[in-house]
Design a binder for this molecule. Sequence first.
Ligand code: 13P
Length: 253
Amino acid sequence: MRKPFIAGNWKMNTDSYTSVQLAKDVAHGLEDIAGHPVDVAVIPPFVYISAVVGALSTYQIAVGAQDVYFEHKGAFTGEISPAMLKDIGCAYVLCGHSERRHVIKETDELINKKVSASISGGLLPILCVGELIEERKANKTEEVVKRQVEKGLAGLSPEKFSAVTLAYEPVWAIGTGLTATPQQAQEVHSMIRQLIAKLYGNQLAQETRILYGGSVKPDNAAELMRQQDVDGLLVGGASLSAKDFIAIVRASV
Ligand code: 13P
């Protein structure tokens, strides 16, 4: 079955000292469950990735990036390529996080290019999708999530798609303390899996991990993880506390 995957998205937080300290604290706190069937990743700001990769070099905790550009190299001032992230030891990359969609105004087309370029560059993209509160209230959740998944994956072969993790993060649950109920999460995760089955066949759909994100905390992690189609968690605020993040990982194994 699908191996649980817990990732901590640190967003625009930490500094050169606390990023390394947080990574080390998480690693030490999870030492006794190394070898358990769970994948763990931390996703620091770009500028601290190298230091965190160094701090985690002897641990089985992967490191990811919060964003990437789709070109390999060249005159793209301020951007970071998949090759650069791979070079410094990144394994994962978030594509289409809701804050990039809604604050930075990234489009589905741009996100699709980032997903595709990441895979070509040897990274494992985590494609994030999720509806706004107005869209949920207007019963548009399925329509919005379906569009984001289809457009985000457009043109990807099954081989390329097998590198993708999906993350459902309802925008109204991010940073608000309002978690989707386990039933609400399960409903959308199951819809996403059916959509993947239509696009790529049942076997790949069964193998694909779909993470839930949005106000995940130590006290709601276990119940979310009990849902059939919730294969992991993308944790924001609570991943900035080593104690809370460790508790979330432990609740998921
Ligand atoms: P919070 O856990 O702070 O709600 O953030 C979720 C998120 O956006 C993770 O990517």
